[in-house]
Design a binder for this molecule. Structure first.
Ligand SMILES: NC(=O)c1ccc[n+]([C@@H]2O[C@H](COP(=O)([O-])OP(=O)(O)OC[C@H]3O[C@@H](n4cnc5c(N)ncnc54)[C@H](OP(=O)(O)O)[C@@H]3O)[C@@H](O)[C@H]2O)c1
Length: 256
């Protein structure tokens, strides 16, 4: 029987995060979640799968807190027993969420969680291996330069997004931070870059090493449930993890 893992999910109340939590629980894994509202998480889970919050209560540990308000020691405690961390954080779609503080929500959370995991590992003679998954978007170019060159128009839009839309810049900065972390063999990462997100159920998805569609709304999209499935599949299937670790895969609904 496969070992039971514990995954810390941040951004768990979000439209994607709730699917990550639910799918991990449905696959008999343990989940820790840090959320600003415990009730919002429980309601979100029940919305996707009636009674899920009750059915899986023994495998779900919820801490009510605003993530960036936690101390470094709190984050070390939070990550100490976890095999993996998944960040589905995103800026809320409101004036405050897009332009107010914290402007570096995703980057700061990623850095601080990463530091906490590494601080725990540094205390052990044989550090526990850990995985880290960060959600990004196809609009975030892979800093290693391996994406196909975007058209002039697309690059101009990326430039505008970078300088005018703090959440986009935050996603880029977080991805660049993670991309630079190649020196710790015990902490492996992937940055999952979904195309346009939609609501809808989990079905089949496809992953690619780079964006395959135009920034100007091609005909491709991906359900948030499929994005969650791609993350959970990677966490629980060694061959998939080995295929995508230290990479920035893009995710699309499989049209076939
Ligand atoms: N929209 C698209 O088409 C698209 C496409 C590709 C990628 N993406 C990316 O995918 C990510 C997730 O998307 P989504 O639709 O699942 O996001 P979402 O529903 O807006 O969820 C955002 C999550 O972040 C949390 N959060 C926001 N501000 C916070 C703060 N200051 N402190 C702590 N937590 C905070 C929210 O918690 P609360 O519930 O407490 O607010 C929520 O759990 C986004 O980063 C986005 O850039 C989006």
């Amino acid at each position: 029987m496969a070992a039971i893992t514990t995954t810390l999910v941040v951004g768990a109340t979000g439209a994607t995060g709730k699917h990550v939590v639910l799918q991990l629980l449905q696959r008999k894994q343990h989940v820790k979640a840090v959320v600003r509202s415990k009730q919002r998480l429980l309601d979100s889970l029940d919305e996707v799968a009636p009674n899920a919050s009750t059915e899986f209560s023994s495998s779900l540990e919820i801490q009510e807190a605003s993530l960036l308000d936690l101390s470094d020691d709190d984050l070390m405690e939070l990550t100490s027993q976890c095999d993996a961390t998944v960040s589905c954080l995103g800026h809320n779609i409101s004036i405050q969420g897009m332009f107010g503080h914290p402007r570096r929500l995703v980057t700061d959370a990623t850095k601080r969680l990463y530091n906490a995991i590494e601080a725990n590992q540094s205390k052990e003679a044989e550090p526990k291996k850990a995985k880290f998954i960060l959600i990004g978007t196809v609009a975030v170019p892979n800093p290693n330069g391996e994406d196909d060159k975007r058209t002039f128009g697309e690059r101009f839009v990326q430039f505008l997004l970078r300088y005018m839309l703090p959440p986009h810049r935050d996603n880029e900065t977080a991805a660049a931070y993670i991309q630079g972390k190649t020196d710790n063999p015990n902490l492996e990462w992937t940055v999952v870059r979904p195309t346009e997100l939609t609501d809808g159920s989990a079905s089949k998805y496809e992953m690619f090493s780079k964006p395959i569609d135009s920034l100007f709304g091609g005909d491709r999209s991906v359900t948030r449930a499929n994005v969650a499935q791609s993350m959970v599949d990677m966490l629980l299937t060694k061959s998939l993890w080995d295929e995508w670790k230290f990479k920035m895969p893009t995710v699309y609904d499989d049209l076939n």
